[in-house]
Design a protein around this ligand. Structure first.
Ligand code: NAP
Length: 308
């Protein structure tokens, strides 16, 4: 029988202990799922980067490590992990991210804070512009960025997206490469970061690139904290950046004394933009195991050289 080892935090085990067998059954797979198989008997490891397995070398029969998270920066450089590594592309995770990004984009676009936080007796009659007058740029057009770009475009925003390889997405102006980044950021009024954290993307928003954004621009970062140079951002909040909504940070939880907590132009959310949903994620894992057993290529394999 196929043996799958579950290596993730205790708190997520109950929901996966229910969802994974259901998904295996739906795919016609008979799998012995456990948190404690003998390493040399394991066929697949279902892993979160913060799970108990740190040394993958004893798992000599393991055909693939199936990551429970979309982000792989904490696992991709593990030198003991020589098996194929697949990242999580989960429709539930994507839906959650689209909702969070659209919600925060609309908050800024509509100027909701003036009315929600104001409540000061001032009758403010300024009308916000229409979405079609508010250029939005999404850095990263993968599973999450592309879905957010499409939803924002559906709402009428002129959306520009930027990725490493050139993409074609209906209703989205797709750019790539170094010159594409300059064009994507120049004059953008809302910028959403949905890039993975790699050497190439660290500090991609820095003094120079932040200065390209429109006056009064909003930044929304559900990607990873080090995508933004924090010091440059704090300086830019006194120049052209009106507000930054940050879900991810260099150190998490964000330390109590970090200036972001009290900064009036920063909104801190505690890495809750979206999460892997057990029911839909279990189907993705089951599909990859089905593929492995059928000799078909795994979905969503991580490119170790690129780091994502
Ligand atoms: P993905 O499918 O791997 O997409 C990544 C995108 O970034 C791709 O379009 C890729 O370009 C682009 N990219 C990577 N390196 C680049 C570079 N050097 N220059 C330009 N573009 C580059 O990843 P995803 O599933 O959309 O997830 C994105 C990130 O979201 C994750 O890595 C994770 O950090 C973050 N995340 C956060 C939360 C949260 O709750 N805050 C939840 C889930 C995920 P190509 O298309 O050309 O490869």
């Amino acid at each position: 029988m196929i043996k799958a080892l579950f290596s993730a935090g205790d708190h997520v085990w109950p929901e996966y202990a229910q969802a994974l067998p259901d998904a295996f059954h739906a795919k016609g797979l008979t799998i012995d799922l456990s948190r404690a198989h003998a390493p040399d008997t394991v066929d697949y490891i279902i892993a979160a980067p913060n799970g108990p397995v740190k040394d993958f070398s004893p798992y000599t029969s393991c055909k693939a490590v199936l990551n429970l998270w979309a982000g792989v920066e904490d696992i991709v450089s593990n030198e003991t992990l020589t098996q194929p590594l697949a990242r999580m592309v989960d429709p539930g995770l994507t839906d959650g991210m689209v909702e969070w990004v659209v919600g925060h984009a609309l908050r800024h676009h509509l100027g909701m804070d003036a009315h929600i936080l104001g409540q000061d007796g001032v009758w403010r009659t300024d009308f916000p512009p229409l979405a079609q007058e508010r250029p939005v740029t999404i850095l990263g057009l993968g599973a999450l960025g592309a879905a957010c770009a499409q939803m924002l475009a559906t709402l009428g925003f002129p959306v520009t997206g930027w990725s490493r390889s050139q993409k074609t997405i209906q209703g989205v102006a797709c750019l790539s490469g170094d010159a594409g980044l300059i064009d994507a950021l120049s004059g953008a009024e809302i910028v959403v970061l949905l890039l993975p954290l790699t050497d190439a993307t660290t500090n991609i928003l820095n003094t120079k690139t932040l200065s390209l954004l429109a006056n009064g621009a909003f930044i929304i970062n559900p990607g990873r904290g080090p995508l933004i140079d924090d010091t440059a951002l704090i300086a830019a909040l006194e120049a052209n950046i009106a507000h930054a909504t940050l879900d991810v940070f260099r150190t998490e939880p964000l330390p109590q004394n970090h200036p972001f907590w009290k900064h009036p132009q920063v909104t801190v959310t505690p890495h809750i933009a979206s999460t892997t949903r057990a029911r839909t994620a279990a189907m993705c894992i089951a599909e990859n195991i089905r593929r492995g057993e059928a000799g078909e290529p795994f979905l969503h394999l991580v490119d170790r050289a690129q780091g994502y």
